[in-house]
Design a protein around this ligand. Structure first.
Ligand code: ADP
Ligand code: ADP
Ligand code: MG
Length: 463
């Protein structure tokens, strides 16, 4: 078993990994930027080292600094969390060259699965359905126009290296394609340092359904069920649930088997997620991408399966076989997660970092809070705006919804504006209660929800 793990991340995910390590009696080494001196992950780790100035490129993406610390501190493993270096194949290779275990798949696997355009052809060969689109990347707007003509509009231009909903543009007509192509390419270059683009037919009103995978190096690959992440704002997830309400047992089995085939097709090892789009006909599904890392929303799978995914990651990386077989995976009840972001919905979701002057987290049975906040902590402006994840587990979907409403009513944070009230409104929306949300739901319902949010704030000021 690994003995000392460097956590190459920050925020709530650094804490999540740290907690699993401590429970497994693995020593922890935190790294932090100059902006994160007061961060909780620094305080709770066995040791902590500053690796550079605030900008991520100089700290959390600084491979040299991170590897230097890992060697100096005698670490035998590095956990990359999500974002930052988690899907960086070169970094995974460098860890291995230095004799340090990268807690995730190998660089080669990340290369095969991580480039979304390359993964598409791999999946086609493995018999996993993909959306109609380009075979591999499209180099120019002219190429994109040709492919778009054959698959039919509307289409999505997507960055091969994309993540977090960035580098994606919808085109309804050939006329708007060239402009969007350049815009998406520039965004991809800026966000991911890679401007390779590909093209997919837009699936209208789909659901985003993903499967959690675990695979060891002995060829055992299992899935831990599905998550519905259709509630998104601008292609970014806001509220997730498990299991997906819209899947029949037959479709669930079929998609689960396809997810395992997808993972095996790239020789997957460790924890990963296969994302699909489900057509509104409720029958056709398409591979979208594979995330070769722990996912933000992994906790809802943990709640319904009782499996600690980070523990499994650490065991797999240590060379141990999977602790459970597919038949051992049991699903219990329903789980929901909402992402509390430091942002102001009334101002077009402008990020609003600040100081947590007062803070109260909800509790009670079936409640889990993953957060880097504490009273007096100032959320720095340099990183993403995720401030807390509220997760609930109930025997049924309706009980889980009621519990999450109650948690959001109890949650109190002063000093930092968030999307918490807006999410609370969302939990009363009839389409959500019915389980009818597709990926276009939130963008369409937003004006209505924002109006409630505005009224709520007005009453708050008056009282
Ligand atoms: P998930 O798919 O786990 O729900 P998100 O897509 O919201 O996660 O991304 C999780 C975090 O990782 C976010 O901070 C996002 O900005 C970041 N991220 C995702 N993909 C990439 C990538 N390819 N490069 C850099 N950061 C990424
Ligand atoms: P990211 O790496 O940023 O998570 P994804 O490829 O997973 O990018 O796409 C993000 C979101 O964009 C999806 O969850 C879905 O809502 C939407 N999307 C992506 N591809 C398509 C498509 N072909 N048709 C419709 N929606 C899509
Ligand atoms: Mg995705």
């Amino acid at each position: 078993m690994l003995k000392r793990v460097l956590i190459a991340n920050r925020g709530e995910i650094a804490l999540r990994v740290l907690r699993a390590c401590r429970e497994m009696e693995i020593e922890t080494v935190a790294v932090y930027s100059e902006a994160d001196r007061d961060a909780l992950h620094v305080q709770l780790a066995g040791q902590a080292f500053c690796i550079g100035p605030a900008p991520a490129a100089k700290s959390y993406l600084n491979q040299d600094a991170i590897l230097t610390v890992a060697k100096a501190a005698g670490c035998d493993g590095i956990h990359p969390g999500y974002g930052f270096l988690s899907e960086n194949a070169d970094f995974a290779d460098r860890c291995r060259q230095e004799g340090i275990t990268f807690i995730g798949p190998s660089g080669d696997v990340i290369r095969r699965a991580g480039s979304k355009s390359a993964a598409r052809s791999c999946m086609q060969q493995a018999g996993v359905p993909v959306t109609p689109g380009s075979d591999g990347p499209v180099a120019t707007a002219e190429d994109a126009l040709r492919v778009a003509d054959t698959v039919g509009y509307p289409v999505l231009l997507k960055a091969s290296a994309g993540g977090g909903g960035r580098g994606i543009r919808r085109c309804n007509t050939p006329a708007e394609l060239p402009g969007f192509f350049e815009a998406a390419r520039a965004e991809a270059k800026a966000c991911f340092g890679n401007d390779e683009m590909y093209l997919e037919k837009l699936v209208l009103n789909p659901r985003h359904i993903e499967f959690q995978i675990l695979a060891d190096r002995f060829g055992n690959t299992i899935h831990l069920g599905d998550r519905d992440c259709s509630i998104q704002r601008r292609n970014q997830k806001l509220l997730e649930e498990a299991p997906a309400r819209c899947l029949t047992p037959e479709l669930r089995a079929e998609m689960g088997a396809a997810a395992i085939r997808a993972a095996q097709a790239v020789g997957y090892e460790n924890a990963g997620t296969v994302e699909f789009l489900l057509d509104p006909d409720g029958r056709h599904f398409y591979f979208m991408e594979m995330n070769t890392r722990l996912q933000v929303e992994h906790g809802i799978t943990e709640l319904i399966t009782g499996v600690d995914l980070v523990r499994q990651q650490l065991r797999i990386a240590s060379g141990l076989p999977l602790e459970l077989k597919q038949a051992d995976v049991r699903f219990c009840g329903h789980a929901l997660e909402c992402r509390i972001n430091a942002e102001d919905p009334a101002e077009n979701f402008r990020p609003c970092p600040g100081r947590a002057d007062f803070l109260h987290f909800p509790g009670g049975p079936g409640v889990r809070v993953d957060s880097c906040l504490y009273v007096g902590y100032t959320l720095p402006p340099f990183y993403d705006s995720l401030a807390a994840k509220l997760l609930v587990h109930g025997p049924t979907r309706l009980e889980a919804i009621r519990k999450l409403r109650r948690c959001l009513e109890e949650f109190a944070l002063e000093g930092i504006p968030t999307n918490a009230e807006l999410t609370h409104e969302l939990l009363y929306h009839p389409t959500f209660i019915r389980g009818g949300c597709t990926t276009s739901f939130l963008d369409e319902a937003l004006p209505e929800l924002l109006e409630y949010d505005r009224k709520f704030r007005e009453t708050e000021v008056q009282t």
